[in-house]
Structures are given as C-alpha cells and as structure tokens.
Design a binder for this molecule. Structure first.
Ligand code: PLP
Length: 286
C-alpha cells in the first residue's frame, strides 16, 4: 500500500510526518473523503470547493493549486491500483514548535493522502434491508460546518453505536433537534412524503451527498424541505435514511430498537438509492 506525503508517494509503512505537526498536537487540520469508481473521482470539484472553504475558515494555506492536487490525487490512485474505493486527503497547518497561536505564515502546510479499495457493490444488498441506528447527545463544537480532523465526539458517538450493534449514531442537540449522524447526513420522510433534511448552518457539515441528492430528488419530482426537526419527528418518521461518501444512501430501519415505519426501507429511501447510483454511473460509468 502507498501513501502521498508532502510531495512524495511512498510505501505506507514509510509514510511519516513530524510529531510537531499541528494536526497531531492540536487537531489543527482539515480533511476530505472522496469516492473512486472505475478509477475516477466522483464529484471531485465539490470536494475541492468544500476543502477550500474549510481551509479559508481556519486560515490554513492551500498546499498547492487545485489542478496540481488533482494530478497528485489521480497519480496516487493509479499507482495504488485502486479501481473502486476512497481517497482520504488531509491538510494541516504544518509542523512547528508547539504554541497554540498560528505558526509563522511561511510554515508549509502538510498534505497527505491515501487511496484504498472499498467494495461499494456491497452497499446494494445492504440498502435493500437497511441498517439500524441509535441516538446520542451531540457533543461537538459550534463550527461543525468545517470539516476539521477534530473528530473525537464523532468517534465516541460511532463507538457507542457500534457497541449497541448499530450502524450509525444520530446526534441530537441540547435543544432536541437532530443534527446529523456521526459520519453521515440524516434525512427523514414525513407522513405526507416530504423528504426533509436539516438546513445548512454552523450546526452541520455540508454533506456533498446531501447537496447532490437534493438536486437529484427535485429533478425527479420529489418534494424536499430543508428544515430542522426534533427527535420526536425522527422517531415518528415514515422513513429515515442517511447519506455519506462511504454509504451513498443507506435506509435506517430501526432507531434505538424501535422500527422506523414498517421496519423496511421505504419507497422514498429506495428512490434516493436509485437516483444516487444512476448519478454515479452517469459521472463515472461505474
Ligand atoms: N456529516 C458528518 C459529520 C460527516 O463526517 C460526513 C462525512 O463523512 C457527512 C455528514 C456526509 O458528508 P459527505 O456526503 O460529503 O460524505
């Protein structure tokens, strides 16, 4: 296995960064995860856009131009021999003597990437049966819109789900509203068939599957509403599904042991699954 680290592609076992890297010391960095189908990056321009936004919000310098980054990423994917999988990309504020305040502006940002195979085809049968979830308090900071590597609350939430035998943990704000999953965007379908997801704000990550799916659903004539909803509406929903790069659309058929709807993936969820696969096929030929 290979990795890209600060300009070089090396065997993963030899890929290393300084222990003074600020991502290691302060979680001072951002990341992106993009899917690869047939060797091609899906929705890469959207990832670049979100990456630039995260960097800008944190005043971290981009390590290279978008064009150079694309070349480096595609070279890594090719050399790694990944046909279907995921690209992980991380940019940090670089390595400098430990001090909370930003280092000298000339400190080069750190850039690392790994491309790994992932069998997306296994998602197809999983989608037909759906997955389970639990809920937990959202313990994150107030800028969840930034895709920062500071994921400890997400890690703790995901682990709680895993220990409960659930696929995802849906996080609830102190005001009782649903924010998102530990690594997914959450959607509910209400009793009149409206497909609802929380509006973008500092409270949630701007999911790219979310963005893509809103357009696909609307083009297909579905009714989509971007509004907040509380945990009671989540539990009372006709359908629930989650979206993310690693599981493009995944129906959730039970929450905390209680069935969602009739406990099987509903029609809106299955429509969302189909539209997303069609879009992946359209873009990448997969
Ligand atoms: N919300 C959180 C907290 C995430 O970590 C992720 C992705 O990993 C998402 C939502 C979904 O984002 P995307 O659709 O861009 O993968």
């Amino acid at each position: 296995r290979l990795a890209y680290v600060n300009g070089r592609i090396v065997p993963l076992a030899q890929a290393s960064v300084s222990i003074e890297d600020r991502a290691y010391l302060f979680a001072d960095g951002i990341y992106e995860v993009a899917s690869i189908f047939g060797g091609a990056l899906f929705d890469w321009p959207l990832h670049l856009e979100r990456m630039a936004r995260s960097l800008n919000e944190l005043q971290i310098r981009a390590p290279m131009s978008d064009a150079a980054l694309r070349i480096a990423a595609e070279r890594l994917i090719r050399k790694s021999g990944v046909s279907t999988g995921m690209l992980y990309l991380q940019i940090t504020r670089g390595a400098a003597r430990r001090d909370h305040a930003f280092p000298d502006a000339r400190t080069p940002p750190g850039l690392s990437m790994i491309a790994r195979p992932f069998d997306f085809s296994r998602r197809v049968p999983e989608q037909q049966v759906g997955m389970t979830a639990i809920t937990a308090a959202d313990q994150r900071w107030s800028r969840r819109d930034i895709k920062s590597v500071a994921l400890l609350p997400n890690v703790i939430a995901k682990q709680a789900g895993k220990e409960a035998g659930a696929y995802e943990t849906i996080m609830i704000d102190p005001d009782g509203t649903v924010t998102e999953g530990s690594s997914t965007t959450v959607w509910v379908v209400d009793r009149d068939g409206t497909i609802v997801t929380r509006p973008l704000s500092h409270a949630v990550l701007p999911g790219l599957k979310r963005r893509r799916l809103i357009g696909l659903l609307e083009d297909a004539g579905e009714t989509v509403a971007e509004r907040s909803y509380d945990v009671a509406a989540l539990k009372d929903a006709a359908e629930v599904f989650v979206t993310s790069t690693s599981s493009p659309v995944m129906p959730i058929v039970s929450i905390g042991g209680e069935a969602v709807g009739d406990g099987t993936p509903g029609p809106a969820s299955l429509t969302a699954c189909r539209l997303m696969w069609e879009e992946i096929e359209r873009q990448t030929g997969w």
